[in-house]
Design a protein around this ligand. Structure first.
Ligand code: GDP
Ligand code: MG
Length: 439
């Protein structure tokens, strides 16, 4: 995520003030970075819109550079997206507070039960766990062992009793013992299904819980939004717990929960130990999102770029002089996705190695190119000749892309030069004579 965001900041670094024009490219990077972090598309759209609205027309703040302003706005919007303030757990005014945990299988519900008990015990509250996952005896044993580890009682009734009945009995027991907080474990499923939801609804009805927390694995990607939405609609949640934040998650789930459900993330799990549960602070998470070194995904992306198939397809096009703006755009995009043109330039034989400064310039140029190609009609993209012949078309592209007519002309000239140069190169590479040009 950070690689994409840093590119975004660098694009407004030299500018005086944020404007509708100079914010287009950084916002595109931000959008891309969020999508790559597995934030769902509708959430990204709204986020980008919110940032753009704020950034444009902000005016100059003395002593603050536009890129810093943009970082600040993105940071603040991220915080807002994740619920703004830190959301505390709610407690019942009288009688035991009941916390019901729900979520898919393997996300960390059973672990969270014990961690939560441990966490609340430190705040001086007495806790009890209820083993409501009746499908595997191992699940009950697991909770019993973890309960012992953190020294809290665990209510079990075997696997033959219905979860809602276990919940009822557990709650009664807790009342009898004057327990402050009862945490109820439930059975997950690999996927959302009716039997899980029906079971949860029934358990919830019996318990009337103070908190119904959806446990979400931070590794959940794009599906997080749908997952949270469904659980919220079906059983009604009061918040979420994000687990496995210690892994190399891309954070998408964290950014989607509040936006799609209106319910905050309350706690995060950062490891398998009982101590690894912390309150969720949106501003810290935003800082993490903005400052995280994302070297790994950068390397992955570099490998994705210019996949073999594409390269072969491209070669054919070049040989037949059909290399058009669609191909150009495809290349531009894959290059921009990687955040560096060095690899592609390195693939063209005879080209010198490039410096980081040159790479940055090339990147900047590519974003400009992308905007112009996007402003072309499908026909113009396939037939660059149309633009070469018509000043009116070039003018329109310039206007629609927010670039100058001169820039458009340059781009059009460039694609013809590229055709020639690449075709020549291919000819030389294949040991043949220079092929005749067909346009
Ligand atoms: P459940 O099926 O939802 O009850 O999930 P479990 O509580 O049984 O957890 C599944 C696995 O995830 C176990 O191996 C846990 O140790 C592990 N786990 C749970 N929370 C975390 C976490 O925050 N970080 C890491 N690294 N592992 C976790
Ligand atoms: Mg479990």
């Amino acid at each position: 995520l950070t690689t994409g965001l840093e590119a975004a900041w660098s694009k407004v670094k030299g500018e005086e003030v944020l404007t509708k024009e100079n914010i287009v490219e950084p916002m595109r990077d931000i959008r891309r970075a969020l999508l790559e972090a597995d934030v769902s598309l509708p959430v990204v759209r709204r986020f980008v819109q919110a940032v753009t609205d704020q950034a444009v027309g902000l005016g100059v703040i003395r002593g603050v550079r536009p890129d810093q302003q943009l970082v600040k706005i993105v940071h603040d919007e991220l915080v807002k997206l994740m619920g703004g303030e830190f959301s505390e757990l709610s407690f019942a005014k009288s009688g035991p507070t009941v916390i019901l945990l729900a979520g898919l299988q393997g996300v960390g519900k059973t672990t969270v039960c014990a961690k939560l008990a441990n966490y609340l015990k430190k705040q001086g509250k007495s806790c009890m766990l209820v083993a409501g996952d009746v499908y595997r005896p191992a699940a009950i044993d697991q909770l019993a062992i973890l309960g012992k580890q953190v020294d809290v009682p665990v209510y079990t009734a075997g696997t033959d009793v219905k979860p809602s009945e276990i919940a009822r009995q557990g709650l009664e027991e807790a009342k009898k013992k004057n327990i402050d907080v009862v945490v109820v474990d439930t059975a997950g499923r690999l996927q959302i299904n009716k039997s899980m939801m029906d079971e949860l609804k029934e358990v919830k009805k019996v318990l009337n819980p103070t908190e119904t927390l959806l446990v979400v694995d931070a590794m959940t990607g794009q599906e997080a939004a749908a997952l949270v939405t469904t659980f919220n609609l079906e059983i009604g949640i009061t918040g979420a717990i994000l687990t496995k934040l210690d892994g190399d998650s891309r954070g998408g789930a964290a950014l989607s929960v509040k936006e799609v459900s209106g319910k905050p993330i309350k706690l995060v799990g950062r490891g398998e130990r009982m101590e690894d549960l912390e309150p969720f602070y949106p501003d810290r998470m935003a800082g993490r999102v903005l400052g995280m070194g994302d070297v790994l995904s950068f390397v992955e992306k570099a490998q994705e770029v210019m996949q073999q198939e594409d390269a072969e397809e491209l070669q054919k096009k070049i040989m037949s002089a059909k290399f058009d703006f669609n191909d150009f755009l495809k290349q531009t995009r894959s290059v921009a996705r990687m955040g560096s043109v060095s690899r592609v330039i390195g693939m063209i034989p005879g080209m010198a190695k490039v410096t980081p400064a040159q790479i940055r310039d090339a990147e900047k140029n590519l974003m400009v190119v992308e905007a112009m190609i996007e402003a072309m009609t499908p026909e113009e993209r396939e037939k660059p000749e149309l633009l070469a012949e018509s000043p009116d078309r070039r003018k329109r592209v310039a206007q629609d892309s927010g670039k100058t007519e001169q820039q458009v002309s340059q781009l059009v000239a460039q694609i013809f030069q590229m055709r020639v140069r690449m075709k020549n190169l291919m000819g030389v590479m294949q040991g043949g004579s220079m092929p005749a040009l067909s346009n």
